[in-house]
Design a protein around this ligand. Sequence first.
Ligand SMILES: [Zn+2]
Length: 252
Amino acid sequence: MTVITVYNTSEELERSKVDTAILPIGAVEQHGPHLPLGTDWIVVGEIARRVAEKLGNCYLLPAIPYSNSQEHLGFCGTVSLRPSTLAQTVKDIVLSLYLHGIKKIVIIQGHGGNWIVKPTIRELNLEYPDLKVIHSWPMGGRAVEVHAGDSETSRVLYLNENLVRRDKAFDNMPNVTQEYIDYVGMRPLTKHGHWGRAGQASKEKGEKLVKESVDKIVSYVKETFARLEELERTLPKRRSVIPKPPEEPHKS
Ligand SMILES: [Zn+2]
C-alpha cells in the first residue's frame, strides 16, 4: 500500500512502480468573515491525503493552491487563475506524469467554480488514448449551500476548529439563484462573501461529510478505473482524437 509524496525521492517513486497519481485542486479565495482564504486548499488537501491512504499504490501530489476564483475577486485576498491558465496548468501537470508512465490520474476538485476543468479532462483523454484522467467532486452539498455555508463550515470545524471564527459564522441567503454569480460575481450578491447557513455548522456534521466524501471518492475511483480497463479490453481500440487545422485552400 505505497503512497508516494513529494517528500519521497524520484528514485523511490520509480522503484515503487506506482501508476496512479492523485491531483487535488484547491483555491485561494474569500470564504466569508468566518473561514480562511485557503479553505478549499486546506480541505481538499486533507481529503486527498485520506483518499490516497485508502487507495494505496499512488503518487499523492501537493494540491494546486490557485484555481479559477474570478467570481470572488471583489474581495481582498482572492487570487484567481483565468480559465485558460488553469486548463493549461492541469494539462502540463498531467503530461509531466504521463512522460514517466503514470497514466492514471485522479483529479480531486476542491472548488465548485472549477467545473471549467472538465473540457480539459476530456481533451486529455481523447488525445491520449492510453491516459485515464478522472474527476471527482467531494464537495457535494445541498443546493442552498453555495459557498462557506453549513457543509463547508462544518468540514473546517471538523478538520481544524481553530480556523473557524465561530462568532462570525451566521446564515446568509441571497435572494437569487446561483447562476447570478456568473453574471455579477459574489460581491454585489453577498455583503460578507458567504452564501449558506454557516450558523448551523457543527463538527459532527463535518466529520460525517468528510468521511463520506473520502469513501465516495475511493469507490468512484476503483469502479471507474475497473470499468475503463474493461472497456479497453472489450471495445475497438481507440485512436487519438485531435482536431486537424483546416487544409490550405486549393490554388487555381
Ligand atoms: Zn470553498
